[in-house]
Write a protein that binds this ligand. Structure first.
Ligand SMILES: [Zn+2]
Length: 432
């Protein structure tokens, strides 16, 4: 009898719910889409015709092709030659088959400044997830060619050392040879998944010996002090923040709120240009990695745990190997988010100076602002003899501070990073 009433209650519940036109399963947690990063599809998800290759640097001019390996190397070398004062080409290491794992280091005119944080973008450790590969090449080109004309790029390059590694697993991408990305695979030449091959801070030993691509990457992290980084993947569209090794209920990340804010800004900005992006895993477009699927020996948790670097995994295209003619559309909606993400470093990074940030710029003018980060008001330590101008990170002028005035009123400004300029001197100001 007791059981009968329980069943009745259950049935009534379904009926009531149905009366309101609500589909029953909607009320309960919908299973998340399986994580392709954890379970790679067996079949390749692109057609051979859709992948156009660029055999020369000139053929990359429309950004609607994938570069051959030789074109890629030539592009990286070309920028280093074209912009010798702005960038330097570095080699992180070599792959099992001897291909180069390259990194472009972009530093501005004031690169002698010791208090510049280091930022790192890295893509395509899964060789078939190649959208990020082309996006990072285009980002290098955009930042370098925009220096001096685009205020945001100029300020970023002058205040952050930007490292960009477009291709972390060249053997996986060029599995069928240097001339095509068709037939690219997730794994390196030893058929090892590089994203299950890092030391795990939480105890699990990797199945395979550490691969040389990862040893090189670990050395690179050890020899630098990246404070913020992102690792680009494909197969889904979602911002995946740490931890990957735990669900948020098991072990929430201490910077969880910050990660959510940063992810939201990235997704919101992209959705201004494409309303349909970042919707295939969660409606918000972001998720804590372990809540999607728990993995171990991934790069993200390793970097966060061992290198005092905030790294997230950006899954940027639902299709791993996009038809090459779709690459410009992805760039259109992602480019601003990619650039802004570099600036997120200033939402938590402050140099060692406990009071203010040292002026960046000419020796003739020194400018210090305190407190920094600031609340409603900030102060110039010394009043300037000329008018100063405050810019937001889009390069828009938001305020003028007359010569001789020490107080900067920030009450009407949203929180974020600003740049204060006086003559040739620039200093960063963070509004809390
Ligand atoms: Zn991946």
């Amino acid at each position: 009898m007791h059981q009968f009433f329980n069943d009745m209650k259950y049935i009534k519940y379904i009926l009531v719910v149905s009366l309101f036109g609500v589909h029953f399963p909607v009320l309960f947690a919908q299973p998340l889409k399986p994580r392709p990063d954890a379970f790679p599809p067996v079949a390749e998800n692109y057609g051979a015709k859709a992948v156009q290759m660029a055999a020369t640097v000139e053929e990359m001019s429309g950004w609607d092709r994938y570069p051959t390996y030789e074109t890629y190397v030539a592009m990286m070398q070309g920028w280093a030659e074209q912009y010798p004062t702005l960038c330097r080409l570095d080699t992180i290491g070599t792959s099992v088959n001897g291909r180069l794992i390259l990194c472009m280091i972009i530093k501005g005119e004031e690169s002698s400044q010791s208090q510049r944080p280091e930022f790192f973008y890295s893509s395509t450790m899964h060789g078939d997830e190649v959208t990020g590969y082309v996006m990072m090449l285009r980002l290098i080109d955009t930042l370098l060619s925009g220096y001096g004309s685009n205020q945001q790029y100029t300020d970023l390059i002058n205040s952050v050392d930007i490292y960009i590694n477009p291709l972390a697993n060249p053997d996986g991408t060029y599995r069928r040879g240097n001339s095509t990305v068709q037939g690219s695979v997730r794994y390196n030449a030893n058929n090892v998944d590089l994203n299950r091959n890092y030391p795990d801070p939480f105890g699990t030993a990797p199945l395979n010996p550490q691969q040389q691509e990862n040893t090189a990457m670990i050395d690179y992290f050890t020899n630098h002090h990246f404070r913020l980084s992102a690792n680009l993947h494909g197969g889904s569209e979602v911002m995946n923040y740490p931890w990957d090794s735990f669900t948020s209920r098991q072990r929430p990340h201490p910077d969880r709120d910050w990660w959510i804010e940063v992810s939201r800004r990235f997704v919101d900005t992209s959705r201004m240009y494409s309303r349909s992006c970042f919707r295939d895993v969660t409606t918000e477009g972001y998720i804590e990695g372990g809540d999607w699927y728990v993995i171990s020996n991934g790069r993200q948790d390793y970097v966060n745990y061992y290198h005092d670097c905030r790294e997230m995994t950006m899954e940027i295209s639902s299709v791993k190997t996009l038809s090459s003619d779709q690459l410009p559309a992805y760039w259109r909606f992602l480019q601003h988010s990619f650039v802004n993400y570099i600036g997120e470093i200033f939402t938590f990074y402050t140099p060692d100076d406990p009071v203010g940030i040292d002026a960046v710029g000419s020796k003739a003018i020194t400018m210090q602002v305190f407190p920094n980060p600031a609340g409603d008001r900030a102060f110039l330590r010394e009043p300037m003899s000329m008018e100063s101008v405050l810019y937001d990170m889009k390069g828009m002028e938001v305020q003028r501070i007359p010569a001789g005035q020490k107080v900067i009123d920030l009450t009407t400004l949203p929180s974020g990073l600003y740049l204060l300029r006086c003559g040739t001197a620039t200093t960063k100001l963070i509004r809390q």
